[in-house]
Design a protein around this ligand. Structure first.
Ligand code: FAD
Length: 298
């Protein structure tokens, strides 16, 4: 582990293992971990954050690749979007690879990491709906070599927060060996943040369709009833195709579940209609979900 003090009162520590990084954070409670820095340095540059010290995670080799474990892939939190977008990773977890390829311009994809995407927990984080649809877990490293595991959704919902000194080390993702689709709509041409995104994965072993919608709420939303309904219509032992009308109905079901109509007031008066902007996002979600299902079953 190396430590630099480029300015008085500012320390940058560069550990080479997860346990060293945890030890550095425990020793300096005011220190903040930094991976690619794409989110963190934006916050520093805009004056929102003034970390007293930084613990850089880029020299920790154990979190920059992946390994296989009991039908799962254990992905290092330090995997960059660029690495996840490559064909060998796409063959393993195609939904996450598609999200990684869609995440920002090349400079951001080269530096930004999976762990940073999760901990930043931005509603527009592209990896997040895919991890929600895959029902992935995060493996968290803590003091004294401790490791604990929690669903990504619990971390994003704030039901289980990172404690002082803890670092996201790995993400445990099931290997489903079936089609996965990630689709994203942006408000502009070229790289941009999502105004809506949809991740859809097939799980033939459990005869399940799992879908998550990103960017329309603070965290990805799972339309569980729509998933269950459409999974029951698929001939899992046969051709697996569905009529276009069914895909359209699925898209509408997902969109209405994630962006519902406002309820009438308690006194029975009609609520105001959804604004045109919200109606646009709802139509976008319906179109993305319809296409995602069609592509997954094609
Ligand atoms: C111009 C631009 C465009 C972007 N476009 C997109 C986009 O289209 N889609 C998208 O999803 N994102 C986008 N982003 C956001 C960003 O690139 C991603 O969220 C990225 O994955 C963050 O990773 P990082 O390694 O850079 O995180 P950092 O900036 O290093 O860290 C972010 C936060 O996570 C914490 N952290 C990082 N790693 C860990 C860890 N292992 N354990 C505990 N805490 C950790 C840091 O302390 C910090 O609070 C964009 C960013 C920029 C600047």
């Amino acid at each position: 582990m190396t430590t630099h003090a480029p300015q008085a009162g500012r320390t940058v520590t560069l550990p080479v293992s997860l346990d060293e990084a945890v030890a550095a954070l425990t020793a300096m409670p005011a220190a903040v971990p930094v991976a690619g820095g794409t989110d963190l340095m934006s916050a520093v540059n805009s004056g929102l954050l003034r970390p007293a010290a930084l613990v850089g995670l880029n020299r920790i080799r154990e979190i920059r690749g992946w390994q296989y474990q009991d039908g799962h892939a254990l992905l290092g939190a330090g995997l960059t979007h660029a690495r996840m977008g490559r064909p060998d990773f796409a063959a393993l977890i195609p939904g996450l690879a598609a999200a990684a390829r869609a995440a920002g311009p090349p400079q951001v994809r080269n530096a930004g990491t999976l762990g940073g995407n999760i901990v930043s927990a931005a509603p527009t984080g592209d990896a997040l709906p895919v991890l929600a649809a895959l029902e992935a877990n995060v493996v968290i490293a803590g003091p004294d070599g401790g490791r604990r595991e929690t669903p990504v959704g619990h971390l994003l919902a704030g039901m289980d927060m990172l404690q002082p000194g803890e670092i996201v080390g790995f993400i445990r993702v099931p290997l489903l060996h079936a089609p996965q689709v990630f689709l994203k709509a942006t408000g502009r041409t070229g790289p941009g943040r999502a105004i809506a995104s949809v991740a859809l994965v097939l799980d033939p072993a459990r005869r399940g369709v799992r879908c998550a919608v990103g960017a329309v709420a603070p965290m990805p939303l799972r339309p569980l009833e729509a998933e269950h309904w459409v999974a029951g219509l698929i001939d899992w032992d046969g051709a697996r195709g569905l009529a276009p009308e069914v895909c359209t109905a699925f898209g509408d079901y997902v969109a209405a579940a994630c962006i519902p109509d406002p309820l009438p007031a308690e006194d029975g008066t009609e609520p105001p209609p959804l604004s045109p902007a919200v109606v646009h996002v709802r139509r976008t979600v319906a179109a993305l979900a319809r296409r995602a299902l069609g592509r997954a079953l094609a």
